[in-house]
Design a protein around this ligand. Sequence first.
Ligand code: 13P
Length: 279
Amino acid sequence: MIVDLPSVLVKARRGGYAVGAFNVYNLETVDAVLAGAGELRSPVIIAFGERYLKNFPIRAVAAVVRTMAQDSPVPVVLHLDHANRLESIEQAIGAGFTSVMIDGSKNPLEENIAVTKEAVALARPKGVSVEAELGRITRTGVAAEDLFTDPAEAVEFMKRTGVDALAVSVGTVHGLYKGKPTLDLERLARIAMDVHAPLVLHGGSGVPEDLIRKAIPLGVAKLNINTEMSIEGVNAVRAFLSAKGNENTRLEELMVEARNAMVGVVKRYIEFFGSAGKA
Ligand code: 13P
């Protein structure tokens, strides 16, 4: 069943667990996410990033996910991840996405609020939910404290935009971490005290399980995973090629190896997000 973001996240924040948002860019990734979530009876978010438009046309993503979700035993959110352009938001809504993320976090506060309000104005009338980002999550290996979310700004941002979920910067980065990641849990707690909407952590790959388990009760209801799925998919293909590869190796065999490895990643994260059995 296909649903919007609040349908799964409000319960998650209240219930003290998080729902995984796993990035997809082809049929195998969609299949892996739905299989992992289905096996563990967990709600799940299929996240498709604007940057993957070259891999998977947006109308095809929506057609595939909506069709496959009909046969899934769990609630599935079809979410546009990190849209910098309102045009992508319009395309996703038109294609049948149930949720979108507008990422105005590179802009100063007022501009971020303005672009986020525009996204809400496009999405709400169509029944589509909106996530926004305040503070910045980089791709630099190490989080920059000066880009962390300011708790007072978070309150103002929520009041003026009314988004359904807020991505915050408290120590995570996209991609691989240089050194051991840390989270500013005290800041997260301060944000969560006055922002009652579900909070989102991007850059989930590689964050130690114990830190994630501490962050979830502080209001984190959505956790994004991309890099680790890709790494484990690629590793499985590499291992297959070095053990059994020959001139007859078929592409579809490799895809199955990658898909199975990604199911394992999805299930591992669902287990420690605490969402297994919550569908
Ligand atoms: P990772 O690639 O670090 O897992 O981050 C995923 C993400 O935040 C997608 O928006």
